[in-house]
Write a protein that binds this ligand. Sequence first.
Ligand code: MHO
Length: 192
Amino acid sequence: MDTAETATATFGIGCFWGPDAQFGAIDGVVRTRVGYAGGTTLDPTYHDLGDHTEVVQVEFDPDTVTYRDLLSRIFNSHNPQHQTRTTQYQNIVFAGTEDQRAVLDEFLSTRGLTADGIGTRIEQLSRFYPAEEYHQKYKLRSVSSFMDAFAAAGYGDDELRESPIAAKLNGYAAGHDVAVAEDLSAPDRGTA
Ligand code: MHO
């Protein structure tokens, strides 16, 4: 398999179950993982989150989907003028690199926004703590036949979290559009 160089984007827009599935479904998104970031508390857990926020980390192939494409999805999925008081669910976009920060600033300016002038927090990512396994691919976990098939194929928790297949199925399980093949019933199919 072609191992294209991937890039990473990390952001929070409320409960991380939804965006885990929504972004996993996007063409070019290779892996997703949910976790905690943005605060200072060491080793946060779901029930002892401290000052962290629920975030999604998306690993993507920049030849297929760009950081800018992802930003436009992120900013179409929340209201940047609004911010929740609960730190757990805050809107927060991490610029992972200086390049990402430049793209982000340019993106915001096309919408008449600036990093300082919006409710959404714009920050440098210092540390990402992966969430507990039962939060990873949460929607997929509700489809027992998918989970049984992963178990039969020998997937442990870490493999499931990092699996590109699981990221797509998680999106599918949540009802998001995933890329669909051309008409498989064409009469001349297979005769070439
Ligand atoms: N407790 C809420 C949100 C979960 S999310 C991982 C619920 O059950 O829907 O914060």
